[in-house]
Design a protein around this ligand. Sequence first.
Ligand code: BT5
Length: 266
Amino acid sequence: MTGARPMKGAVAMLGHPHYHFDRLASTNDEAKRLAAGGAPEGTLVTAGFQTHGRGRNDRSWESEEGRNFLGSYILYPPAPPAEWGALSLLAGVAVRDAIAKLADRSASIKWPNDVLVGGKKIAGVLIESTIMQERSLVVVGIGLNVNQMEFEGTYRLPPTSLALVSGRPSDLEDVEEELSGSLDHWYKEWRAKGNAWIAGKWRERMEPPGAEITIDAGPEHHRGKFARVNPDGSIRLLLAGGEERDFYAGEILAPDRWTGKEASAA
Ligand code: BT5
């Protein structure tokens, strides 16, 4: 651990205090440990390298040492567990807006909250929620590719980075500041305006999924028409038999753009 360090520029509530570690297993795990020790809302934990960076469903998050943003924010939202899904929408919107500004490019959110630029994945968000000491703890973990130029191996979607899309390197502190400011802004807006409002903002930024989609929901695949994203963060499909069903977790697969098959880095 190199300790708390001040951040440049305007002071945002989220992102303070900020603990940076050269190496951690996972910033989400460290954030939970700090929360158990009483860390305040807004605490940010970042790492230069993760030995066990996680995605959803025990997938791994790969990142070259010192090149990317790997961070987790501690939130104690004044909302019951039934409303935690809206935090996923909020995080997607906030990360997407920060990236669009940093890259000066259009960016979109693929449900649940991958951020894509030009159809390639530039960031992923891992939200882990629990009740701790009688209050809601939501850890928002963000992996954002910043200065990485090459991605070895196979990925579900082709990866990209801010440097690849903008053609220039970015200062990691500037990236942290932009992400913290965006999350701070959207968190306050959500608290004032609620779940249906943030779902509307999310829909304005979503990657259009196409009329017919397939969702991989664990052991089962379901095919249907995309109907909407709900204020609780779930996705609604109109299935072939006419039944409407909400899915709370899973992967959208579409034959043309999101094959769901392993894609090479580009
Ligand atoms: C995610 O999961 O996209 C959420 C990733 C969250 C990572 C952050 S890093 C800081 C914090 N601490 C953690 O331990 N985690 C969070 P998912 O939708 O399941 O996508 C995972 C998949 O993305 C992998 O199976 C790969 O195919 C792909 N992937 C891995 N690393 C990537 C990268 N750097 N860029 C783009 N895609 C990547």
